[in-house]
Design a protein. Structure first.
Length: 444
């Protein structure tokens, strides 16, 4: 009897387990079927509206125009960086990361449903015309930008080289909107700018992350190192709107020997792509200061966060923009494209950049150049050696009285000194670099 009872129980348990598995599969099937049916009904609704518009609209309607409009509307409910790219726009998009393209040279976003300038790219028509970060673009050639997507705005801003585009701008501090005319041109981006700050310290400004940025930065550092030695680096990412992820990774890797640089996580949280540092071509022995501000976005934030979290650099300036999403561009059959947000960026410490930004280690307000110049102007103080007939010091040379000969004459300043004297944040970064060396000596 015991054997029979055990057999019956085993059969019952097997039946129950099988029933639960079948029930789960059935419920999943029903759920999938319901979801598929709901989606099919919505597609039917779309098709019906499309047919009605084509059949009864007061004028003849282009079928493709309706489809493209439907795709645009569908994607507009997601986020500002997800867009449908018609064939002509997609073709232009492919050219924009090569370092040369037509337009006015700005990076824009949609903020609170308003087209907003993240940053004009240095030395481009927009930069020269006086467009500023934070400017709100309310009209383009008299046409209101209300409801514009980023793609539509980009289309309106591009045009024949030499033609003028008029942007209606709302700017903080001004009571009325202003109109700024910008002459379109071929945009040639010089993504890395170098200045020797003397004493072995180098200043490297990255304006944008394009295909050759890491190569250009490597060349600039090698040039500086060969001529002046390499005691420290200021990496300026202020007003840098971002660009290519692989360039941000390569530049971070230039200063790191180990550790994570950035993690990319999509819808499936279990699938995480991690970019890690390597030991190749690394500048590891000198101090690094990274400058950021509220217009440092995307790739700029990746570099700043990677060097900060790995304790490789001191990040100074202001909290960054907070653009931490990843877009993938998919080419479609008719030559159009889909720019789709597929993931978020996470810093080595595990924080999301999106809508949060990167906090600097040392917060420094960006004082206007003219105010900074006023602050550093000092009157020449007469010292003992300037008094006629003073007792000669043991180390004093035949250059005695040299200041008197120079009085009233303009002394030529180096590019590095001009930069330090005109940019408060660079001045502070330079002082930190020099203090870094002194403090290290004290603790040896």
């Amino acid at each position: 009897m015991n054997k029979n009872n055990k057999t019956r129980k085993a059969i019952v348990f097997t039946f129950i387990a099988s029933f639960l598995v079948i029930s789960t599969v059935f419920v999943s099937f029903i759920s999938f079927t319901a979801h598929a049916e709901s989606r099919y009904m919505n597609l039917q609704l779309f098709t019906r509206v499309l047919n009605l518009a084509q059949k009864y609209y007061v004028e003849n309607v282009d079928h493709k125009k309706l489809i493209y409009g439907g795709l645009k509307g569908m994607l507009s409910v997601l986020d500002p960086h997800t867009n449908f790219l018609p064939p002509d726009v997609y073709k232009e998009f492919e050219n924009e990361t090569s370092g040369e393209f037509g337009g006015i040279g700005i990076e824009i976003t949609v903020k609170n449903n308003i087209l907003t300038i993240i940053s004009p790219i240095e030395d481009t028509p927009a930069w020269k015309a006086g467009i500023k970060p934070g400017d709100k673009v309310v009209s383009i050639n008299g046409e209101s930008t209300k409801g514009f997507t980023l793609v539509e705005a980009a289309q309106r801003m591009k045009g024949k080289n030499g033609s003028v585009i008029k942007l209606g701008i709302v700017r903080e501090g001004l009571d009325e909107p202003i109109t700024i005319g910008v002459k379109r041109g071929v945009i040639k981006i010089k993504s890395v700018k170098y200045t020797n700050l003397a004493d072995g310290y180098g200043y490297f400004k990255i304006t944008n992350f394009i295909e050759n940025t890491s190569r250009d930065l490597t060349r600039a550092i090698k040039k500086h190192s060969k001529k002046n030695g390499l005691k420290g680096v200021i990496l300026d990412l202020r007003k840098n709107p971002g660009g290519l992820l692989d360039q941000a990774v390569k530049i971070s890797d230039m200063f790191l020997t180990e550790g994570d640089i950035v993690s990319i996580i999509g819808r499936d949280k279990k699938k995480k792509e991690v970019k890690r540092a390597t030991t190749e071509n690394t500048y590891k022995d000198m101090p690094v200061i990274v400058l950021i501000d509220e217009y440092s976005a995307s790739a700029s934030e990746i570099v700043a966060a990677a060097l900060k979290d790995n304790k490789r650099a001191v990040v100074m300036g202001q909290k960054s923009f907070g653009k931490g999403s990843v877009q993938s561009v998919i080419k479609l059959g008719d030559g159009s494209g889909l720019k789709l947000t597929v993931a978020r960026y996470y810093t080595p410490s595990g924080s999301s950049i999106q809508s949060v930004g990167v906090e600097p280690d040392v917060y420094i307000e960006n004082i206007k150049a003219e105010d900074f110049k006023k602050a550093i102007i000092k009157k020449r103080i007469r010292k003992e050696k300037d008094i006629k007939g003073h007792l000669i010091g043991e180390s004093e040379t035949e250059n005695k009285g040299h200041w008197w000969k120079r009085a009233g004459k303009k002394v030529r300043m180096s590019h590095g000194q001009k930069l330090i004297d005109s940019d408060y944040q660079v001045s502070q970064a330079y002082n930190y670099l020099k203090a870094w060396k002194v403090i290290n000596k004290m603790h040896k």
